[in-house]
Design a protein around this ligand. Structure first.
Ligand SMILES: Nc1ncnc2c1ncn2[C@@H]1O[C@H](COP(=O)(O)OP(=O)(O)OP(=O)(O)O)[C@@H](O)[C@H]1O
Ligand SMILES: [Mg+2]
Length: 283
């Protein structure tokens, strides 16, 4: 696999393209497999007529982790929720622009299928309080369909293993999820997301309520998940962004100001605003 480099198509349009594909011949040949897991074109969201994000043009490839950084209220969660189609249920919310999955507009997919492809983990661990650990993991699977017990057992083990929680819970799967610590609950929520077999996993400040040890465990999990998924993570923690991500997007006042390799964003960003934010001049 060639080294990934960034290609600025225009001011606010960023994509990540393998370096070898820059020769003209290679571009045509590679067109077919040059697919992004998810991309947005002119994505905008407003609430009761007030714009929260606009002109968001971005593409994500699989096996990458992208961090989204920016001050409070700049639209990070709004963007993530748009990618997870959550605004359909938000009063006063209007979403415009395009979201594509594997190059195809989401309107061309069955909505249930699209929803399955995108998983989300929130800031505050939110296991279902009346369910056991086991039931929590398979909650998304058993909602609409009956499955063989052997399939569910297998999914529970696999998902908890990937989320780094299997060893701590394998002997007490029938215990209430509320018996777990905050960090364990967050890993349980990750396992629940993995169980539906998504391709893209969106994390909205998944460790901001956790202690350093639990945070380290989740960051370790992110590295493992990267092998199979496309990951986008919102974080206020600059060290976390630089530790875990390959790419970083800086949002400010509802706009994507800059998207680049994480190293570039933190050492030599193009925009003055990005530099001021990452060195802590405001935020
Ligand atoms: N459901 C909603 N109804 C009305 N306005 C909303 C709603 N959700 C978000 N907003 C507004 O959209 C803007 C962006 O909010 P958002 O939650 O996306 O910010 P954020 O970057 O995630 O901030 P934080 O870092 O504090 O989580 C804010 O002005 C917020 O008030
Ligand atoms: Mg937020």
């Amino acid at each position: 696999m060639s080294e990934l480099i960034l290609d600025n198509i225009d001011n606010n349009y960023v994509s990540v393209i393998p370096a070898a594909e820059h020769s003209t011949a290679a571009v045509e040949e590679s067109h077919e497999h040059l697919k992004y897991t998810v991309e947005t074109e002119n994505l905008a969201v407003s609430f009761f007529g007030r714009e929260a994000i606009s002109d968001i043009n971005i593409k994500y490839r699989s096996n990458t982790i992208t961090a989204i950084i920016g001050p409070s209220g700049c639209g990070k969660s709004t963007f993530l929720r748009a990618l997870n189609f959550m605004h359909d249920l938000t009063p006063g919310a209007i979403v415009s622009g395009t979201i594509k999955i594997h190059g195809k507009d989401i309107s061309e997919y069955d909505m249930t299928d699209v929803r399955r492809r995108v998983g989300m983990v929130f800031q505050k661990p939110n296991p279902f309080p009346t369910m056991s650990i086991y039931e929590n993991v398979v909650a998304g699977l058993t909602l609409h369909k009956r499955h063989k017990k052997s399939h569910l057992d297998e999914t529970v083990e696999k998902s908890l293993m990937l989320a780094g929680l299997w060893e701590e819970t394998k002997d007490r799967l029938k215990v209430s999820a509320m018996a777990l610590s905050g960090g364990q609950q967050q890993r349980l929520c990750i396992a629940r997301t993995l169980a539906i077999n998504p391709e893209i996993i969106l994390f909205d400040e998944p460790t901001s309520a956790l202690d350093p040890m639990s945070t380290a465990k989740i960051e370790e999990t992110l590295h493992i998940l990267k092998k199979d998924y496309t990951i986008v993570i919102v974080t206020h923690n600059m060290q976390q962004a630089s530790r875990v991500s390959d790419y970083t997007s800086f949002f400010f006042l509802g706009k994507l100001i800059e998207h680049s390799k994480t190293r570039t964003i933190f050492t030599s960003p193009k925009q003055k605003l990005t530099e001021e934010y990452v060195i802590g001049k405001f935020g």
